[in-house]
Design a protein around this ligand. Sequence first.
Ligand code: THG
Length: 650
Amino acid sequence: MNPTLSPPIADPGRARVTEADLRAILAERIMVLDGGMGTAIQPLSLTATDFGGEAYLGCNEALNLARPDVIAKVHADYFEAGADMVETNSFGGTPLVLAEYDLVDRTYDLNLAAARVACRVAKACSTPGRPRLVAGSMGPTTRTLSVTGGVTFAAMAEAYYQQTRGLVDGGVDVLLIETCLDTLNAKAAIVGARRYLREAGISVPTMLSCTIEAMGTMLAGQTVEGFHASTEHARPLAVGMNCSTGPEFMTDHIRALSELTWCHVSCYPNAGLPDEEGRYHETPDIFAGRLERFASEGWLNIVGGCCGTHSGHIRALARMVEGKPPRRPRARPRLALAGVDFVQPDDSNRPLIVGERTNVLGSRKFRELVAEGKYEEAAEVGRRQVKGGAQVLDVCLQNADRDELADMDRFLAIVTKKVRVPLMIDTTDPKVVELALGRLQGKGIVNSINLEDGEEKLERICPLLAEFGAAVIVGCIDEDRVQGQAVTARRKLAIARRAYDLLTMKYGIPARDLIFDPLVFPAGTGDRNYVGSAAQTIEGVRQIKEALPDAHTILGISNVSFGLPAAGREVLNSVFLYHCTRAGLDLAIVNSEKLERYATIPDAERRAAEDLIFDRGDDPVGAFAALSRSSTAPSWPAWTRWADCSPPTS
Ligand code: THG
């Protein structure tokens, strides 16, 4: 413990502003945030003594203990200029960053002090009609989980947990996770912050703000839409952008975000792009003039400044927003998925194609590559699925002979660098789910849960969905000992309804994140149990979509053609997919490189496939097999989970 840094100032004894009060203010007007902290400190030419010693020179957080008066003055100036909310001087306040100054053991004190200084000034500047607020600043740290690595998700979450403790105990009204360059860091911040709030039994809203670089994406590659999709599970009070460029370059991104999000929108840019010497040139009038457009378009709820802005900029902003109505958050949230790229299934692009080959149970080749430790080549399998049109990848590494956890860890580290699409984590092991979700920058899908063992699995997996943000596939399977997997449309719908109620009401999962799998069984084997089951699946899709319109549907299309020769499989898959799509299917798991185009299938083959699907004629199995020149007997896949593929009983 270093003696030159004094203890934090006393608790100012100020009550936290509630989320309800914050929302009431945001409903009324555009809120003004402060400007840059660095910009305000720089001209003061502080010395090593001000920082508490040579060792801390340049560590702004040290000033919270060594010179709280300086920080208090910066806050007071911003309030005086018209800011409603100031940010604590804690941008680099995680132990990950403080380690560079050997200040890890002062993490709590430095953040506590940052919050107390700001809260004391906020208290002094508040009037009954105008509360002044404090946002706890949480910067991106000096590492990126998705780009540079060198730190685990758990360690990152722990670092933010430590920072949150100090800020929340110090009394901040909001936690502001800002300047996010890598969404995976932001997700770790969310996990860490929530863990402390849960422990302390306190509710403090979060705001999230990403940084889009001049080339139009975050450092780790996502756009602002991807960032939003990947973090909306935090239910942030506001989401927005800060830093990086001046306001002008943010225009398209802020417009897009404003159209997309159901949260409030914040924007606090730099004072233009910096020149060679790192100086910013937008004057208060130019800066406020550019942001005026955003306010007038109705895109903004919170506005402020970042690097290069000072109290002059904030004064100009406060004048500019006066009397301008705040943005009204968009009403209806929709399912959004993200890898690096962002995608939303809707009626124009349905069904999203999910590549099936990165599955050790479904592809011998992929299984062998993984078994030989050839993860790069295994990831190439995924890249080819994407090139072939896959918009999502199903990743399954469930091999009883191997360590699934280790395989998933290694495979994801590589495949996330090779493909930009959202990933689907195909596993039944909650440990694998947890590890995998901590590896995804974007918003993925867990494949899958069901009611086969009652609620046992749900209890373990649902909290992970809320913690990391992921959609989930719910298979239409229940506890029934005789026929757990639903074959009839009626049972598919009944199970989907039951799961829907349970998952939305008891587990709090948003309906839009539920993707029901009505189940596909082999249609071409002659197994009496599955005669007509393909038609039931199509009808199941239709009924689930109709009864539960907020939720989504998915099918493993290739299951339908198990046991048929290759040429016949592609035809049957394609015709089946066509009918499922007409029924409303949202996502389809297929081999994206081998999807026969429906329109190119000769009439006779298409009719034979339809006869098989809808069980028309005397011997649709035989007729279809004859047409697709089946000579060999059906070969049985090593498949047991999704379709009960026991060989025909008769
Ligand atoms: N629903 C959900 N998830 C699923 C399925 C489902 N995941 C897995 C599966 N079903 C979908 N994926 C595949 C992958 C491969 C095959 C079928 C479905 C396939 N494989 C060849 C076979 O078994 O004949 C193997 C060929 C080879 O080894 O190269 O057909 O229904 N939610």
